[in-house]
Structure formats: structure tokens, C-alpha cells
Write a protein that binds this ligand. Structure first.
Ligand code: NAD
Length: 500
């Protein structure tokens, strides 16, 4: 876990005079606010290991204020026409696009992700979230059922829930934050949202954009802080009636326990240990190129990355040689350089955790084929850089193959039979996504039906269509987001039966 040092800013922010320290604030009722208790956290830049900002460690009182603002905004926002809500969401989308460079730089600085990735994927997708749900809400129809023979008609209203909580992780900061907020407000709810304390920057910038887009005050409230203080206060709040959470499995289990006695609606998008299954009959070059991407994109810190690569034995040797050669060519570099393939890991403690897993793999007879070295960049010696690492394992039940590492580390191992690989693919506690490479239709259908995961890609990876359901099974989560699934989550269905 990331362990920030607390700064006591009773001495006030000018103590930083001379340094360009970014002072992130809460966004409550359309205003930027200091935390009531004046408690602050350090915000580190992973590229150089330095503190470049401070953010509130908000208390229960800040969450209460955010709740009151949201609750006050709800009667009007929930009655605002769908056309007006849609117009504002689309305006937010346009403003994010207009500020692409600023958002991408902030995301890259905060998270360590290559600027090219932030510019081409993360920020455009955050903008798409608002555009998509701004449009989707106009198509979100209620159902009605004529009860023939009983002289009755049933119709089902989809009513907003009220005040909802959205809590997101650090790996795709703005993208996942907005993935929750956009459908929540589109459906007429008001929101108390908390981004990860490790990457608060773009959520902070979003507040400005929302004001500029004309989002009424109180509809979106952003409180910053640690999970155990601010996050916990959101989950514990008796009148925040639904929680949409993305993050680790252990945190998700904890949230479920806290929320259950209050009967909160929960959507939990949790960890993964996704198989990437490669059959000899696939389009080899396409598979090879995509597998490098699916293994190491965003330093392997995407819940959908394929971290367990199973390769049919007849092409195993060839794949091993070609894959390792390609991985060695990836450029580990400063996130702000366009030519960087692998940026910095998100935090020092996360880098240490990933290195620890590589050691565990070695102790369990894994063979490191490449990587396993910290990288020291000139002038950025304290940045959190690690070479992309490929480990050959001899059994699938070792810890590196069972536990989520969430870094630039993948395992490879051969298999001989479809049933064998199917069994290995399913023999983990997680079930988020899986990738299959084959041109055999029967095999495609059989594997896709039997792999335990919420998302299956065949001959591709991370091809996303926002209309599709997104989420996992087993320890990867409960519920689905995306498309109308998200709008269903953020509304209550109420059936009305009228006898005529
Ligand atoms: P995390 O669980 O540590 O934190 C996620 C968020 O929850 C943060 O905002 C954190 O402050 C907050 N939080 C922590 N403790 C809390 C508590 N007691 N009450 C309320 N909120 C609390 O996860 P992370 O390290 O930020 O993110 C990495 C994890 O997220 C990985 O396991 C990854 O697989 C998962 N993830 C899943 C998906 C998905 O869609 N399934 C997507 C991205 C990341």
C-alpha cells in the first residue's frame, strides 16, 4: 500500500514558497475548498520520486458537506430534462477534448504513464464517457407490459437513486473516474466521488471543467483523501445509497461488508489475473504485436492486461524467442517523452511490491527471461522505473501465476491440449477478462463459453465498445458497468401496475 507522509499544513501553504507545489482542493457545491481539518497528503511524481503537490485528506465532515451539497442539488437535477442533462454532459466531453494536452500532461505526471498513452487513450476515453452517456440517456427507454386478459398495464419507471458514491483507483485515473460519474449524473443522480489519493490531479481539473460546462453546483462533488478515511466515510454514510467502486479485491470485500447492513446498491470492479491463450493456428504476427501491448501497456497496470500467457507447445519455442526479443526492444523512459513505451510505476511501494513478486517467482523455480532490473534514468534517479519482465514458469499454481501483481511482469508456459489450458485458465480466484488467439471457430466458441470471465477477446485485446457490459466474475467483482448496464445500476426500477 502506498504510504504517504502527512504534511501538517497548519503552517499554511506559503511554507512552500519558491517551490511549484500544486495545491489540490476538494470540489464541493461548485467551489474549491480546503479540508475542514486542514490535513494534507503529499502527491508524488513517479517519474522523479518528488513531491509536487498536496491534496486534502478529507474527513467525515468534508464528506458530510459533499453529501449535503449533493442532496440539495438532487431535487432539481433529477427533474432536469434529459435533453438538458445530455447537453451538459456533451459539453463536458468537448471541454475535456479542448484541454487534451493539459489533462494528458497532468495524468502522465501524476501516474507515470507515457504521455502518448494519456493523449491517445486515457483522456480521449474520459471525454468519450461523457459523450457516450450524454447520448445513451436519451435512448434509455422504460418498459411497459400489457397484462392481456387481466385488464392491466404494467410500466416500469427507472428513477434516479439519489446521492451515490463513486470511488476509483490510480491506474486509469480520469478514465475510470468518469466511467462512473458520467452515467451516474446522466441518470439524474448527484454524486460524491473520490479519486485515488495516489493520482488526484485530473479529477481536480475536472471540477473546473464541470463548472465551465454549466453543471449545476452540487451535482458532482469531489472529495480527496485516503481510502481508509475519506473512502470509508463515503461507504459508511447512511444516506449515500449506492457505491460504484473500482479497485483491489481486498478493498472491495471490505466495502461489501460495510455496505451490506445498510442495503446499499453495490457495483464492484476488482482485480484480475487474466489468461492470454495462444493457439498455433493464430495469425502469428498480429498475436505477437498485440501480446506485447496486452502485457505491458501502462506498465502492466491495467486490470485487463494478460498476465498469464499460455502458448500451444508446437509454437512455444518460437514464441518465447520472438516475444522476449520484442519486449527487450521496449523503451523504458521518462513519461513525458513521446518515444517512451514503458513509463514509471505509480509509486515506490508499488515498485517494491512488484520486485518482491519477481523474487517469489524465482524462489518458486521461475526463470527470468528478460527484465527484473530497476532502471535509473539520468536526472531522474529516484523515479520508479522497472524493465518489462518475462518469467517462464513450470507450473501454473505458483504464486506469480495465481496472485495479482499489477505491474510489468508476465509469465509464459506451454500447453498441449485445449482442456488442459482451459483448466489452467479457470484455476485462479479471479475472472475478469481472457484473450484467445485462434482461427478455429469451434475452439473459439467452446473456449469463450467455458472460460470463467466477464470479458473475452478473440484475436484482439482491449477493443472496447462502450455499449457492452463490463465487469468480472468470482473475485473480480459483482455487477456490470458500461452501456445501459451502468444506467440500470444508477437507477431504481419501479413497476407500476394499472388495472383498467
Ligand atoms: P485500492 O483498492 O487500494 O483503492 C481503490 C480506491 O479505493 C482508492 O480510491 C482508495 O482510496 C479507495 N479505498 C481504499 N480503501 C478504502 C476503504 N476502506 N473504503 C473506501 N474506499 C477505499 O486499489 P488501487 O491500488 O487504487 O488500484 C489497483 C487495483 O484496482 C487492482 O487490483 C486492479 O486490478 C483494480 N482495478 C480493477 C479494474 C476493473 O475494472 N475491474 C480497473 C482498474 C483497476
Amino acid at each position: 500500500m502506498w504510504n504517504p507522509s502527512k504534511l501538517n499544513l497548519n503552517k499554511k501553504i506559503p511554507a512552500f514558497a519558491g517551490m511549484t507545489i500544486m495545491n489540490i482542493k476538494n470540489y464541493i457545491n461548485g467551489q474549491f475548498e480546503n479540508p475542514i481539518n486542514n490535513e494534507w497528503l503529499d502527491n508524488y511524481c513517479p517519474a522523479n520520486g518528488e513531491v509536487y503537490g498536496i491534496l486534502p485528506n478529507s474527513s467525515k465532515d468534508d464528506v458530510e458537506n459533499a453529501y449535503i451539497a449533493a442532496q440539495s442539488a438532487f431535487p432539481i437535477w433529477s427533474q432536469t430534462t434529459i435533453e438538458e442533462r445530455s447537453r451538459i454532459l456533451i459539453k463536458i466531453s468537448e471541454l475535456i477534448e479542448a484541454n487534451l494536452q493539459r489533462f494528458a500532461e497532468a495524468e502522465s505526471k501524476d501516474n507515470g504513464k507515457p504521455i502518448g498513452l494519456a493523449k491517445s487513450v486515457d483522456i480521449p476515453r474520459a471525454a468519450s464517457n461523457f459523450r457516450f452517456f450524454g447520448n445513451a440517456i436519451t435512448q434509455f427507454a422504460s418498459e411497459s407490459h400489457e397484462s392481456i386478459g387481466q385488464q392491466a398495464i404494467n410500466y416500469t419507471l427507472r428513477q434516479p437513486i439519489g446521492v451515490v458514491g463513486c470511488i476509483s483507483p490510480w491506474n486509469l485515473p480520469l478514465y475510470l473516474f468518469t466511467w462512473k460519474i458520467a452515467p451516474a449524473i446522466a441518470a439524474g443522480n448527484c454524486v460524491v466521488a473520490k479519486p485515488s489519493e495516489v493520482t488526484p490531479m485530473t479529477a481536480y481539473l475536472l471540477g473546473e471543467i464541470c463548472t465551465e460546462a454549466g453543471l449545476p453546483k452540487g451535482v458532482l462533488n469531489i472529495v480527496h483523501g485516503l481510502g481508509t478515511t475519506t473512502g470509508q466515510a463515503i461507504v459508511e454514510h447512511p444516506d449515500i445509497k449506492a457505491i460504484s467502486f473500482t479497485g483491489g479485491t481486498a478493498t472491495g470485500a471490505h466495502i461489501a461488508k460495510v455496505a451490506a447492513p445498510m442495503f446499499k446498491k453495490l457495483s464492484l470492479e476488482l482485480g484480475g489475473k487474466n489468461p492470454n491463450i495462444i493457439f498455433a493456428d493464430c495469425d502469428y504476427q498480429d498475436m505477437l504485436k498485440t501480446t506485447v501491448r496486452s502485457s505491458f501497456s501502462n506498465q502492466g497496470q491495467i486490470c485487463l492486461c494478460g498476465s498469464r500467457i499460455f502458448v500451444e507447445a508446437t509454437i512455444y519455442k518460437r514464441f518465447k524467442k520472438d516475444f522476449v526479443q520484442k519486449v527487450k526492444q521496449l523503451k523504458v523512459g521518462h513519461p513525458s517523452e513521446e518515444s517512451t513505451d514503458i513509463g514509471a510505476l505509480v509509486s515506490k511501494s508499488h515498485l517494491e511490491k512488484v520486485l518482491q513478486y519477481i523474487n517469489i517467482a524465482k524462489q518458486e523455480n521461475g526463470t527470468v527471461l528478460c527484465g527484473d532490473n530497476k532502471v535509473t534514468l539520468k536526472d531522474y534517479e529516484n523515479g520508479y522505473y522497472l524493465e518489462p519482465t518475462v518469467i517462464e514458469v513450470i507450473t501454473d499454481d505458483c504464486r506469480i501465476n495465481q496472485e495479482e501483481v499489477f505491474g510489468p511482469v508476465v509469465t509464459i508456459m506451454p500447453f498441449n491440449y485445449d482442456d488442459e489450458v482451459l483448466q489452467m485458465a479457470n484455476k485462479v480466484k479471479y475472472g475478469l477478462s481472457a484473450t484467445i488467439w485462434t482461427n478455429d471457430l469451434k475452439r473459439t466458441m467452446r473456449m469463450s463459453n467455458q472460460i470463467q470471465a466477464g470479458i473475452i477477446w478473440v484475436n484482439t485485446w482491449m477493443l472496447r465498445d462502450l455499449r457492452t457490459p463490463f465487469g468480472g466474475v468470482k473475485a473480480s467483482g459483482v455487477g456490470r458497468e458500461g452501456g445501459f448496464e451502468a444506467l440500470r445500476f444508477f437507477t431504481e426500477a419501479k413497476n407500476v401496475c394499472v388495472k383498467y
